[in-house]
Design a protein around this ligand. Structure first.
Ligand SMILES: [Zn+2]
Length: 719
């Protein structure tokens, strides 16, 4: 009892001094206490819910090494570098390393020097490693992405099955299985396979309240997408998912031509090219990745502000996992999707024609697709459907952060229209797709209709009072509700199902969604909302520039220095001392020691700097970056402007007194006098151009330097 109290006391201290948070969130504390008692657990926690702290803290409290099993090499490397930033002794063992590197890591493991070891399942199960682990103190085995052990789940991995031996081989070491996506059936499979015991489940709830869900009808998808980005996410980092490689390429190049930084990512690219784009996405700010689903596993970038889908995902699990990559830092983020009739048909055909899926698996896939469609056609809260799918009933009526809550869907009684649409399928022999069916309903005169004699049917021309897009919407909703289906052979023809009978007989009222002609843009779901003043924005940019400069010099992504959430706190609280800085969330002892002074200096200088309204915004930005401590070269690189332009901006700063000449130019006082002399000389000769001065000095000093010295002279004359 007392030992456990001591443990908890120590866990809180680790949380504060190593990771920089003053209190645990949700179930974290209970899970850590449970593990420190040596017990197994299944942890169900949404992405961004603080899953990793649950297994990172026990080894730091209890000594020994925590072994973290994950299939995602990029994610493991990312976590290891983040832990190094916090001063934790962590390493990873995986197939991408050289033998020399992994031997040295194994050696330090044997010497009990590691606190956390990240490892792939294949590597863990090798005989050599198991032998080493037998001889040292292992605090816990954390099995991340635990849904991979489930054959019912959407991401089964053969190697995960063998992890069932851990419980037998290390009976005294607690196992912690973690996942962010698992429906009740998958949860049970994890418990069984890893011998966890069902009384040890910690369910944090899957809700991601900061994500706003929005699903729109597909009209002109590219126009819709670029409007969404331009209006709500200018300069933000985001991910756009498309189904095909071709569409990925096309979308990325269209966005690029509109001045939006977008990179493609798909399996057809060269590995180096793909790697390079991924690295840019992680390291740079404001880069958008356009990708097939091949991208995203193991991406832990916390400030992805939106995830957009241009095609329908094949299941709610996929949708939830992909959209879950937005807003991991807890700040507002958008999950945005457009979908249309063709998506449904394409996905159904892909399932039917698949050569790798067996009949049972095909049935599972169809079931999952139907659930996904039901989410799209939902007329109530989207979040409610999502959470219920994962076995998590919610009490409130609506979440107030999804499109259907924010703008309730208009509905209409579509019973008669539905009957007409169904009977058109039936009368034409269940052999045609939507375009033909609508032609018949609208009484079009085509060669095919005449050839089949469908102009003689009772349904011919019955639907002239509705537009083509209204009919398509009706068919889409009938498909989504399972009243019709696409033929199994994959020709795209519609067929009736058993479920349409009550509608045809008039026993069931069909309530359909009314389509909105112009999808609306929502405002205000970004943390840097329009109300932010110019000064506040300046400080924000200066802090980001400082973070970028530090990250660049260490070759790590900026978020590993500090998360956006920490920067937002700096901007809002304006800490002026180490103590105040330490109180920010995400600042532990090591980060305080490494970076505290640099950020405090940025804030200090900023608080003191005057806000000169006569200067243009671009000049102010350069001056802010300069006072934040960035070099002229770094400013030029970050702002993508020439060195001369940077100096021109700094010269304005010298004139107005915001910066001093001696801070700006890399020359001695003596040299300044020489340059001043040349400037005065040339002005005597009525030849005031910089070129004249430059030539007079034999090109020894750049135009930028001359410009700044001249500015200082001007200021001296004014004083
Ligand atoms: Zn809602």
């Amino acid at each position: 009892m007392t030992e456990n109290n001591n443990h908890l006391e120590k866990a809180r201290l680790v949380l504060e001094t190593v990771f920089g948070y003053d209190s645990f969130r949700g179930h974290q504390e209970a899970i850590i206490a449970h593990t420190l008692k040596g017990k197994n657990s299944l942890v169900l926690m949404p992405t961004g819910g603080g899953k990793s702290l649950c297994y990172q803290i026990p080894p730091l409290v209890d000594g020994g090494v925590g072994v973290v099993v994950s299939p995602l090499i990029a994610l493991m490397q990312d976590q290891v570098t983040a832990l190094h930033q916090a001063g934790v002794k962590a390493e990873t063992l995986n197939s991408t390393q050289t033998a020399v590197v992994s031997q040295s890591i194994e050696a330090s493991l044997q010497r009990n020097e590691l606190q956390l070891l990240y490892i792939t399942p294949e590597r863990l199960l090798s005989a050599g490693l198991l032998t080493i682990l037998k001889t040292i103190k292992v605090t816990l085995f954390a099995v991340d992405e635990a849904h991979c052990v489930s054959q019912w789940g959407h991401d089964f991995r053969e190697s995960y099955l063998q992890l069932s031996m851990l419980a037998e081989y290390f009976p005294q070491v607690p196992i912690m299985a973690l996942t962010a996506t698992a429906d009740p059936r998958t949860q049970q499979e994890i418990i069984d396979r890893l011998s966890i015991g069902s009384e040890q489940v910690f369910k944090a709830g899957f809700d991601r309240p900061n994500i706003r869900y929005r699903i729109l009808q597909k009209q002109k998808p590219h126009d819709q997408l670029s409007a969404f980005i331009q209006q709500e996410h200018r300069g933000d980092s985001g991910i756009i998912y498309c189904l095909s490689r071709k569409k990925v390429e096309r979308t990325a190049s269209r966005l690029t031509s509109q001045g939006i930084a977008a990179l493609p990512y798909h399996a057809g690219m060269l590995p180096e090219e793909r790697q390079n784009n991924q690295l840019r996405f992680l390291r740079e700010e404001g880069v958008i990745m356009v990708a097939t689903i091949a991208f995203g596993m193991g991406i832990d970038k916390p400030n992805v502000r939106f995830v957009a889908h241009l095609d329908l995902p094949k299941s709610i699990e996929s949708y939830y996992q992909e959209t879950g990559r937005a807003g991991r830092d807890g700040l507002p983020a958008n999950a945005w999707m457009v979908y249309g009739l063709q998506d449904v048909v394409t996905l159904r055909q892909m399932v039917s024609q698949s050569l790798t899926l067996g009949d049972v698996q095909k049935q599972v896939e169809r079931h999952k697709l139907d659930a996904m469609l039901a989410l799209c056609e939902q007329i109530e809260c989207r979040r409610k459907v999502l959470l219920e799918y994962f076995g998590e009933p919610i009490e409130h009526q609506g979440c107030n952060n999804c499109d259907t809550c924010l703008e309730p869907v208009a509905t209409w009684d579509g019973t008669i229209a539905g009957q007409q649409a169904l009977s058109c399928v039936y009368r034409t022999g269940q052999r045609f797709g939507v375009e033909y069916l609508v032609d018949v309903l609208q009484g079009k005169v085509t060669e095919r209709i005449t050839r089949f004699g469908h102009n003689k049917l009772s349904v011919y021309g019955l639907g002239v009072d509705r537009t083509r897009s209204q009919w398509r919407s009706i068919y889409r909703q009938l498909l989504a509700r399972g009243l019709i289906t696409v033929d199994l052979e994959g020709h795209g023809s519609y067929q009736l199902t058993e479920r349409c009978r009550p509608v045809l007989r008039g026993e069931l009222t069909l309530v359909l969604r009314k389509e909105q002609r112009v999808p609306q843009a929502y405002v205000g779901n970004t943390f840097r909302s329009g109300s932010v003043g110019r000064r506040e924005k300046r400080l924000w940019e200066a802090l980001r520039a400082k973070r970028w400069e530090i990250a660049e010099s260490q070759k790590v992504p900026p978020y590993q220095i500090f998360h956006d959430a920490t920067l937002v706190q700096m901007k809002d609280r304006l800490p002026r001392s180490n103590e105040q800085f330490k109180a920010l969330s995400g600042v532990g002892d090591r980060k305080l020691a490494l970076y505290g002074d640099q950020f405090l200096a940025v804030i200090e200088r900023f608080v003191k700097s005057p806000d000169d309204k006569r200067m243009t915004e671009t000049v102010v930005t350069t001056l802010d970056f300069f006072t934040a401590g960035l070099t002229v070269e770094a400013i030029s690189q970050r702002r993508e402007i020439t060195l001369d332009t940077v100096y021109a901006h700094l010269a304005e700063g010298v004139i107005s007194g915001v910066v001093k000449l001696i801070e700006v130019v890399p020359v001695s006082e003596q040299e300044v006098m020489v340059i001043e002399h040349a400037i005065l000389e040339s002005s005597n000769e009525h030849n005031q151009t910089l070129r004249g001065v430059y030539d007079a000095l034999d090109g020894a000093y750049s135009y930028g330097v001359i410009r700044c010295v001249k500015a200082a002279l001007q200021r001296a004359l004014v004083d």
